[in-house]
Design a protein around this ligand. Sequence first.
Ligand code: CAA
Length: 246
Amino acid sequence: MTQRIALVTGGTGGIGSAICEALAGLGMKVVAGYSNEEKAKAWQQEQKDAGFDFEIQHVDVTSYESCQQAVTEIKEKCGGSIDVLVNNAGITRDGFFKKMGWDQWHAVLTTNLDSAFNMTRPVIEDMLEKKWGRIINISSVNGEKGQMGQANYSAAKAGIHGFTKALAQEGARNGVTVNTISPGYILTPMVAKIDEAIQQKIVAQIPVGRMGQPSEIGRAVAFLAAEEGGYITGSNLSINGGQHMH
Ligand code: CAA
């Protein structure tokens, strides 16, 4: 069998790096999408020193044209179409809704939800034609339960799972599975930005008594992306230390 090609958006970030490592563990050729070239090059070198041979690719997930261009370049670079897409890139712009500006709303909706269209549309036809594909959308516990200070983020992340369920139905007959992973609070730079006192309040809400590790998300992505994952589609896997059960 030829080597599977995987693209992880936000691949050089906290959870993204762990996802890249886990997919490499399945023997896939992994491309990390990035927005900051300098950071990405340093990340690629660090990963090389750790024994990982990752490709990197600039992509602005808020732009359909940029996503189309990235897919074309990856196909040339890797000599084949993308088999596994992990829509992982995301941002927060937290603030109470009564004080939230349109810019704060729009930045999060376009990066965290429009990106699902922008990045998935250029890869889906190849997957359907090949009759094999894995699309894994990274949502959040806060898309499932809502979170004060995150009306923008919760809306976008809830939208992600609707997207998953619709596309899962369209891909099912052609071997293309589409799933959501909803991480809870994972130890990443995104979570580190939260005020220390609030972080303590959050940990107090988590039955497992700690935040998650990025590798605990990477492992789940690899589980869904595996050859044996063909019967799991349209599902949402919550990984949140028991913070939200439903
Ligand atoms: N859990 C529990 N309590 C929280 C809370 C949370 N997540 N967020 C805010 N609060 C509490 C504060 O502790 C504070 O309580 P007291 O009045 O008792 O002191 C109250 O709500 C008001 O908060 P602030 O004083 O901080 O209000 P602010 O206007 O200065 O800041 C805010 C508002 C920017 C929303 C800030 O509270 C904040 O950053 N909260 C964290 C929101 C959050 O959970 N974001 C998740 C980011 S990580 C992520 O998104 C990844 C993922 O998928 C899980």
